[in-house]
Design a protein around this ligand. Structure first.
Ligand SMILES: *[C@@H]1O[C@H](CO)[C@@H](O)[C@H](O)[C@H]1NC(C)=O
Ligand SMILES: *[C@@H]1O[C@H](CO)[C@@H](O)[C@H](O)[C@H]1NC(C)=O
Ligand SMILES: *[C@@H]1O[C@H](CO)[C@@H](O)[C@H](O)[C@H]1NC(C)=O
Length: 333
């Protein structure tokens, strides 16, 4: 059962490595590297010339070109190679995991960079000052509140004795690991253990699960549901997500959707007509924690996930909630 906001595993250091390597890849694009992308000669010229000499339109033009060049396939691959090397040199994970994680994260991280700190207005505002744009990525910002006076603070009143109550079933962070193997290594060096081949002798992963960096086999989730009190004793179930395992360096969209559909089906079988209110956990996506906002369209949007959720949960959620899910995917009405 993992913390929900920040998934453990290699994601944060790797994002950092990827972020650093955007800058490094540009710096390292020397003669020994692969052929430079379209934005590189421009950038090289600009740095020889000195940023102070660059006019605002030229700066914006350069970063516009850079953003385009960054998102080309060869540039993403080059950034990825530098990130993978950095990940290995800093010993963030085993080389194999570094490679797989970078492969999985590189496209989204590069796009996020191109859309944020490297946007022409932000970057040129930082380099040339306010006359050329506004760098506010890490800045404070003010929120204007309406004139309406704040209502007086009233301490919450507990419900009176005898008020109606409801009994809820609360399920969260099931983290099904398809690779869980009873008897396998519990204390491995990877971000997720209790998987892979069973090892001889005692001390291997337990049949139902284990303490340490381990997720759950499906038979444990099934047994949990099978041993619930009669479903009629609950008014509803809250299910707050995190269905897939923590092997975040190698998850495909198909893996995530298989987990969504398998565990949804399991709940439906065991909970019958009990209303279930599911929510989206940070591990549902791949790359983990990647939830592009609705203005991101096309194959990089969240449509693959949210549309599948709206379909899997259509009997549980009311139409407005399903509409919100699909809206979040950037495709809905
Ligand atoms: C760049 O600007 C500096 C100071 O304004 C000036 O001395 C220098 O000659 C300029 N360089 C070029 C290549 O224009
Ligand atoms: C926020 O409001 C304060 C007080 O009016 C002001 O001093 C500050 O500059 C504002 N900050 C921004 C980012 O607008
Ligand atoms: C969409 O993106 C996924 C994940 O990056 C990739 O596996 C898939 O091939 C892409 N599909 C298309 C049609 O580009």
């Amino acid at each position: 059962m993992a913390p929900r906001v920040q998934g453990p595993g290699p994601a944060p250091p790797l994002s950092l490595a990827l972020a650093l390597s955007v800058a490094l890849a540009l710096a390292l694009s020397g003669p020994s590297g692969p052929p430079p992308a379209a934005g590189d000669p421009l950038l090289e010229a600009a740095s020889r010339w000195g940023w102070r000499n660059v006019s605002c339109p030229v700066c914006r033009g350069l970063f516009g070109a850079l953003d385009l060049a960054l998102q080309l396939e060869p540039t993403v691959a080059r950034v990825g190679r530098v990130a993978a090397r950095l990940c290995q040199d800093l010993r963030l994970a085993r080389p194999e995991i570094c490679r797989q994680a970078v492969q999985l994260f590189q496209r989204d991280v590069v796009s996020a960079w191109a859309r944020s700190v490297l946007r022409p207005a932000e970057a040129c505002g930082l380099l040339l000052g306010r006359r050329c744009g506004h760098w506010d990525i890490f800045g404070d910002w003010n929120v204007s509140l309406p004139d309406t006076p704040k209502p007086p603070v009233r301490p919450p009143a507990p419900p009176p004795p005898g008020a109606p109550t409801a009994r809820l079933l609360f399920l969260t962070d099931l983290h099904w690991d398809r690779g869980y193997t009873p008897g396998s290594e519990v204390a491995c060096p990877d971000p997720l253990c209790c998987r892979g081949p069973a090892r001889p002798g005692p001390g291997g992963a337990g049949f139902w699960g284990d303490y340490g960096k381990c997720d759950l086999p499906l038979h444990t989730i099934e047994a949990l549901l099978a041993q619930l009190p009669p479903v009629a004793t609950f008014a509803a179930a809250y299910w707050t997500g995190d269905i897939p395992a923590h092997n975040v360096w190698q998850q495909s969209r198909q893996d995530q959707l298989l987990a969504l559909r398998t565990v949804t089906g399991l709940l439906r079988r065991h909970l019958g007509h009990l209303p279930v209110y599911p929510a989206v956990g940070n591990h549902e996506a791949t790359p983990v924690n990647a939830f592009p906002p609705p203005y991101v369209r096309g194959n990089q949007s969240s449509a693959w996930l949210y549309d599948a959720m709206a379909e899997a949960w259509q009997d549980w959620l009311p139409p407005p909630a399903l509409q919100t899910l699909r809206w979040g995917s950037g495709l809905g009405a």
